[in-house]
Design a protein around this ligand. Structure first.
Ligand code: NDP
Ligand code: 8X3
Length: 250
């Protein structure tokens, strides 16, 4: 029987690439996002895969619950939930950040992810099978200037993922936190609020990871034998590494 994957934020970037990857392997898909037209275009592009679209904002707690409650029977048993919807806004130092941006990141990256997880988990536990894949980030593992709240939200995702594993011990439900580094998607256009030139500069002269690369990581992680759990997977381009500690001098 075909398996079912629910991907939040499938209208762009990683989510869209994952939808294509899993559809090509014969999975049934539930794809979500706020841009309804893109969802419908993707659904058409994925034909003949079985696809159910749900158009909602993950910051809306009721909408998250309803999206799961209202799933048609053939999509109701979710094998894999990918909590992918998320964003960074701004790169200013903390003292200069827009508090609305911080709130949006917290509401989306933390609250949205927990709303979806809480809605899907009971069914997985009841079926004694399932896999929650969260999109964390290297920004949750290492600080960088301007990472402030975004990195904080991804550190939450990292630790929440591990705490889920603690609670799910004894069930067949798996949890993985995917922690990508520099990847070219719509991420930087969103971070710089539509400033495409600023976004392009982030990837200029280097070779970032692609959305397809991350889709491949998620596909591998979720298709390992059922007794294997990848707790976290940190993935960087070869052309990205670490900088020394910064020191202010008088
Ligand atoms: P994109 O901007 O390309 O895609 C983000 C997706 O999230 C879109 O489909 C968007 O859909 C959806 N989304 C955003 N906000 C909401 C919301 N409130 N409700 C529902 N859906 C929402 O970014 P990426 O594909 O790069 O990012 C995907 C995830 O990966 C994010 O969590 C991001 O933090 C993380 N990540 C990205 C990295 C990168 O460098 N690209 C590196 C590490 C992690 P719509 O606008 O239609 O709602
Ligand atoms: C995205 C990676 O380094 O831009 O999560 O924060 S980074």
């Amino acid at each position: 029987m075909a398996k079912t994957i629910l991907i939040t934020g499938a209208t762009a970037g990683f989510g869209q690439a994952m939808a294509r990857r899993f559809a090509a392997e014969g999975w049934n898909l539930v794809i979500t996002g706020r841009r309804a037209q893109r969802l419908e275009e993707l659904k058409a592009a994925l034909s003949p895969a079985k696809v159910h679209t749900v158009n909602f904002d993950v910051r809306d707690r009721e909408a998250c619950a309803k999206a799961i409650e209202d799933l048609p029977a053939e999509f109701a048993a979710i094998d894999v939930l990918v909590n992918n919807a998320g964003l960074a806004l701004g790169l200013e130092p903390a003292q200069a950040c827009d508090l609305d941006d911080w709130e949006t990141m917290i509401d989306t990256n933390i609250k949205g992810l927990t709303f979806m997880t809480r809605a899907v988990l009971p069914g997985m536990v009841e079926r004694n099978a399932g896999h929650v894949v969260n999109l964390g980030s290297v920004a949750g593992n290492y600080p960088y200037p301007g990472g402030n709240c975004y990195g904080g939200t991804k550190a939450f995702v990292n630790h929440f993922s591990k705490n889920l594993r603690a609670d799910l011990l004894g069930t067949g439900v798996r949890v993985t936190n995917i922690e990508p580094g520099l990847c070219e998607t719509e991420f930087s256009v969103v971070r710089f609020k539509g400033d495409k030139a600023a976004a392009d500069k982030v990837y200029e002269g280097t070779r970032p990871i692609t959305a397809d690369d991350i889709a491949e990581c998620v596909f591998w992680t979720t298709n390992l034998p059922a007794h294997v759990n990848i707790n976290s997977l940190e993935v960087m381009p070869v052309q990205q590494a670490f900088a020394p500690f910064a020191i202010a001098r008088d």
